[in-house]
Design a binder for this molecule. Structure first.
Ligand code: NAI
Length: 250
């Protein structure tokens, strides 16, 4: 039996969709037939990937916005709704790291990471949910991290933001299940993107050795998990955390 996931007629919003995992999610959803709206702070980066996106489908649009700016996000969602008329899927993917040992971490680095990764998810989800509630359906998939489950040295801000994403996801799942809205998180392990390319080679090698599947994942491996959570195949799954980490944490 072959299963083909079909998202024709669905509109998906992907935050941080100009790069890495978000770009891959955007491409995979476009390939499945969805219309994809990318929200990203980096419009220059989007310009560099626009043509490769266009090769898959012309059914996409781009909004430049900072996810941690509550007013701008509310305004962007309003403009989007007036143009698209609906949002079926929201993928909360935009995220940053500002690593450092807790004792030396500045208030600014703590707040920046919490603002983008967690508060950003709150701002956009709140605005999109209003429309999903009216439509009595919707899927919200948020990209957490294995670090939000196990913690990490030098990543207190990041770990706390990602654990917050998981708790927020479960609360949305409980609050809106009766309205036909499913909320799940995907927790990636170690994925090859600009976020992780910065690490020294010996650190990358040590991380690889700690992964039972002995491999650093490609962004598509996360995108495929998101595709599953957007599809009818996952219609009875809500409030869950799907670990896509090669066995790093079980
Ligand atoms: P990336 O740095 O390649 O992409 C992040 C995207 O988010 C970029 O396009 C960036 O412009 C956008 N962005 C950043 N701040 C923003 C803001 N304030 N407003 C709007 N857009 C903003 O990173 P990557 O690796 O693709 O990460 C994507 C998500 O996956 C993040 O949430 C990250 O925490 C998570 N993740 C990544 C892992 C990895 O190994 N790369 C592992 C686990 C989770």
């Amino acid at each position: 039996m072959s299963i083909c996931i079909e998202l024709a007629g669905k509109t998906a919003v992907v935050t941080g969709g100009s790069s890495g995992i978000g770009l891959s999610i955007s491409k995979v959803l476009l390939n499945a037939g969805a219309r994809v709206i990318i929200i990203d702070i980096d419009d220059k980066r989007f310009e560099t990937v626009k043509d490769e996106i266009k090769k898959i489908s012309a059914e996409f649009d781009f909004y430049s916005a900072d996810i941690k700016n509550s007013e701008k996000i509310s305004e962007t969602v309003q403009v989007m709704i007036s143009k698209e008329s609906k949002i079926d899927i929201l993928v909360n993917n935009a995220g940053i790291v500002k690593d450092g040992l807790l004792i030396r971490m500045s208030d600014e680095d703590w707040l920046d990471v919490i603002d983008v990764n967690l508060n950003g998810m709150f701002y956009i989800t709140k605005n999109v949910l209003k429309h999903m509630v009216k439509a009595k359906s919707g899927r919200i998939i948020s990209i957490a991290s294995v670090i939000g489950e196990i913690g990490n040295m030098g990543q207190a801000n990041y770990a706390a933001s990602k654990a917050g994403i998981i708790a927020l996801t479960k609360s949305i799942a409980k609050e809106y299940a009766a309205r036909g809205i499913l909320a799940n998180a995907v927790a990636p392990g170690f994925i090859r993107t600009v976020m992780t390319d910065k690490l020294p080679d010996d650190v990358k090698e040590a991380i690889k050795k700690s992964i039972p599947l002995n491999k650093i994942a490609e962004p598509e491996e996360i995108a495929n998990a998101v595709l599953f959570l957007c599809s009818e195949l996952s219609a009875y799954i809500t409030g869950s955390v799907l670990n896509v980490n090669g066995g790093m944490y079980m």
